[in-house]
Design a protein around this ligand. Structure first.
Ligand SMILES: Cc1ncc(COP(=O)(O)O)c(C=O)c1O
Length: 394
């Protein structure tokens, strides 16, 4: 098969292109409607209205009050604010020092929790995951102590796509009165975000995962949740996140979220079909490959694998030469010479975890894209294995 004229992008878990309808919605707010939303003149009021309209749009999709929606600079900031903000507020109130999380969180969560443990005297319990990367809500229940101040478990994993039983975990947290945060960055634009159905008190989102711009996020904070601002200054964002609001990006985030949920079912159905074709094709064409993540409870666009006897990075480079953008797990982990902490927590030995390959589909992918990958990937794996001293063909 010839190399296609356009790049085949299968790395939508890393980021997505900005939808042209989103760009169009954002454009006026750069140099025509450029007011500072805190100004009382007409340009300021216009900016304020755009922000509050965007906040209402997000609140509608989350099923919450607009006052509970805080705009941040990214998913990482939302996670940082949720975790550090609740931990410090709870400690100040004499609530305790103990945090519960999972070993498969994104670094925006895990490094924040590690810092609280290392420098601020918090204690952390990591509930285990099974071989599919799934947390057992009963393990969360068992980990709760009198001094537990926060539970943070992600909604869907960025590497293997497993969807966690958030509503059940939330029910357990609520019964004990413990604030429950979920990192929904990968779920945004793909799964139901109704915060009451999910039983969550805090939820993080990032626009660039659902065809919005990079550098803008949301933190949902249920009213009454103790939260100390991490960035102090003016009274922006209900006194929880100081800084002049990024109006065009806030408008873009809301527009992108609105489009994603208007078109959710048809996009998910189509993308799930492509994903299943890709998974089936790879498992049947390449020996010694295993699907990673849950077989059914997974993000509709995630096809992730471990390819034994090859190094994930080498596969990526060869795929790139063939015109295919993929990933070996988390984009943030690229360049780290460590196997994925997610795969290790799921029980994969390090030498197998090094062979991880993540293909994440998106709105623009077609059946031809899938068939092209199914054509080029098997010979790439075969070539790489031919150079591996460990590989003995059956
Ligand atoms: C699960 C998860 N959480 C948090 C983030 C960080 O989001 P951002 O890139 O907006 O900082 C990512 C980004 O890859 C992610 O996948």
């Amino acid at each position: 098969m010839h190399k296609p004229s356009r790049t085949i992008y299968m790395d939508h878990a890393a980021t997505t292109p900005v939808d042209p309808r989103v760009v169009e919605a954002m454009l006026p707010y750069f140099s025509q409607k450029y007011g500072n939303a805190s100004s009382i003149h007409s340009l300021g009021r216009e900016a304020r209205k755009a922000i509050e309209d965007a906040r209402r749009t997000v609140a509608n999709i989350l099923g919450c009050d607009p006052k509970e929606v805080i705009f941040t600079s990214c998913g990482s900031e939302s996670d940082n604010l949720a975790i550090r903000g609740v931990a410090f507020a709870q400690r100040y109130r004499g609530g305790g020092n103990h945090i519960i999380t999972s070993p498969i969180e994104h670094h925006a969560v895990s490094h924040t929790v590690e810092q609280l443990e290392k420098y601020f005297g918090f204690e952390v319990t990591y509930v285990p995951v099974d071989k599919y990367g799934m947390v057992d809500p009963d393990d969360v229940g068992r980990a709760i102590r009198d001094d537990t101040v926060l539970i943070s478990i992600m909604y869907a994993n960025n590497e293997v796509g497993t969807i966690e039983p958030i509503a059940e975990i939330g029910k357990i947290a609520r019964a004990k009165g413990i604030p429950f945060h979920t990192d929904a960055v990968q779920a945004g634009g793909a799964l139901d975000l109704n915060v009451d159905k999910l039983n969550v008190d805090l939820l993080s989102l990032s626009a660039h995962k659902f065809y919005g711009p990079k550098g803008i996020g949301v933190l949902y904070v249920r009213q009454g949740t103790p939260l100390l601002p991490m960035q102090t200054g003016g009274a922006h964002e209900h006194n929880l996140r100081a800084g002049t609001e990024n109006v065009p990006y806030i408008v873009g985030l809301a527009k992108a979220l609105e489009i994603a949920y208007d078109e959710l079912e048809s996009n998910n159905r189509r993308i799930r079909g492509l994903r299943d074709r890709l998974i089936k094709g790879i498992l049947s064409r390449i020996p010694e490959v295993e699907l990673t993540g849950h077989p059914t409870e997974r993000l509709p666009n995630n096809a992730s694998f471990v390819v034994k006897y090859v190094e994930g990075e080498s596969t990526l480079l060869k795929l790139d030469l063939a015109g295919v953008c993929a990933s070996s797990g988390s984009a943030c982990a690229t360049g780290l010479e460590e196997p994925s902490h997610v795969l290790l927590a799921m029980g994969f030995p390090p030498e197998v975890a090094f062979g991880s390959l993540r293909l994440t589909l998106g709105r623009d992918n077609t059946e031809e894209d899938v068939d092209y990958v199914l054509e080029v990937l098997p010979p790439i794996v075969e070539q790489l294995r031919a150079m591996s001293p460990l590989y003995q063909p059956a």
